[in-house]
Design a binder for this molecule. Structure first.
Ligand code: ASP
Length: 342
């Protein structure tokens, strides 16, 4: 029988491993000792090579505030006894409306100057899932992905068909102007000058454990600046950018999508736990630092195991991230070597 105890955030240490070979980067060990969190949620707002010199204090504070609000939105759902998928949607929908992130409003431009949005969600209890790619004109791609999971017989819709499906569910539409931000436009123009895809990250993702012991994961993104029309990254691909299985963990990835697809990052972490009995922390670290990084990719994951322990792993200098556990306070971090303090 599952042990269901209320625990404060201080009862947990969050594993945050950015690069095991770098002594500056702390690698903490979970100390759950079999204690089950009543509920737990963790998020990311993208990974990238940024340090304190790239973000003013005001910008850092703005990111921390946005992450905190998203954690609170998801935590509110979980605290009321809501399920993990609803919490994931609540947290991600808020970040999709926040122009700080590369998802929904604030999404990056494609090479043809459009916004093609990707999102996916997965439920750990039955491994049902839903995803959309190349979605245009809808405010909350994560809600459309949720509808794919809950209201269709399919798991993945693309482009025009994704839009048709979204319309049929009554999903909220948005004009192109809604998605426009000066920041994304400037990146597009820089990429246009160089005629190259930019590895500017900012995808959003969320993993959650609800009070029934079920896990869920979701991811939403505009992809990569100047991506070619029709390019699909890892974020909407179940097993690459998103995975949830109550037996093991929930994972949401962010980074250079092609490499995350080639390493099946999210599923690889789950498989290590399921088949080799590896802890989430070790599994995430091996997949990111050995499998994915060995191919030349970069990025990270946020994950939660079935005990509710959040784990963050990345090989970039930074990843916008945070966690909230029942009875605790939201905690956030931006830089790889920043410890998430309970
Ligand atoms: N993984 C996303 C993609 O390749 C980008 C990101 O996470 O920032 O589309």
């Amino acid at each position: 029988m599952r042990q269901c105890l209320f625990i404060g955030f201080s009862a947990l240490l969050i594993a945050c491993n950015s690069n095991p070979s770098d002594p500056q980067n702390e690698q903490q060990t979970r100390s759950s000792n079999g204690v089950q969190a009543r509920w737990s949620i963790a998020i990311h707002g993208g990974a990238g090579h940024f340090g304190t010199e790239n973000l003013s204090i005001e910008q850092q504070n703005a990111y921390r505030l946005s992450l905190t609000k998203a954690l609170e939105a998801g935590g509110y759902v979980l605290d009321k006894g809501g399920n993990a998928t609803d919490a994931v949607v609540a947290a991600i929908a808020l970040m999709e409306d926040d122009s700080l992130f590369n998802a929904g409003r604030g999404a990056v431009y494609t090479a043809s100057g459009a916004h093609e949005l990707d999102a996916s969600i997965m439920r750990g209890s039955d491994r049902n899932c839903g995803a959309v790619t190349g979605l245009q004109g809808f405010r909350h791609p994560i809600q459309v992905a949720m509808s794919v999971m809950e209201e269709s017989q399919h798991v993945f819709f693309s482009g025009h068909g994704a839009g048709e499906f979204a319309h049929s569910t009554g999903a909220e539409t948005a004009e192109p102007a809604w998605f426009h931000t000066q920041k994304a436009k400037a990146r597009f123009e820089r990429a246009l000058e160089r005629d190259t895809t930019q590895e500017k990250f900012g995808t959003v993702g969320c993993v959650a454990l609800d009070s029934e012991g079920h896990l869920a994961a979701g991811t939403s993104t505009g992809g990569m600046t100047f991506k070619r029309h029709g390019r699909i990254g890892d974020s909407p691909i179940i097993g690459a950018g998103t995975w949830a299985d109550d037996r093991t963990c929930a994972v949401s990835a962010t980074g250079w999508g092609e490499f995350f697809i080639r390493s099946s990052v999210a599923h690889d972490i789950h498989a290590r736990m399921l088949h080799a009995g590896t802890s989430l922390e070790e599994a995430a670290s091996a997949t990111i630092h050995q499998e994915m990084a060995a191919l030349g990719g970069d990025g990270g994951v946020v994950a939660i195991d079935h005990w509710g322990n959040p784990v963050f792993s990345m090989n970039t200098l930074g990843m916008f991230r945070g966690a909230l556990i029942a009875g605790g306070k939201p905690v956030t971090a931006l830089f790889a070597n920043e410890k998430i303090q309970p």
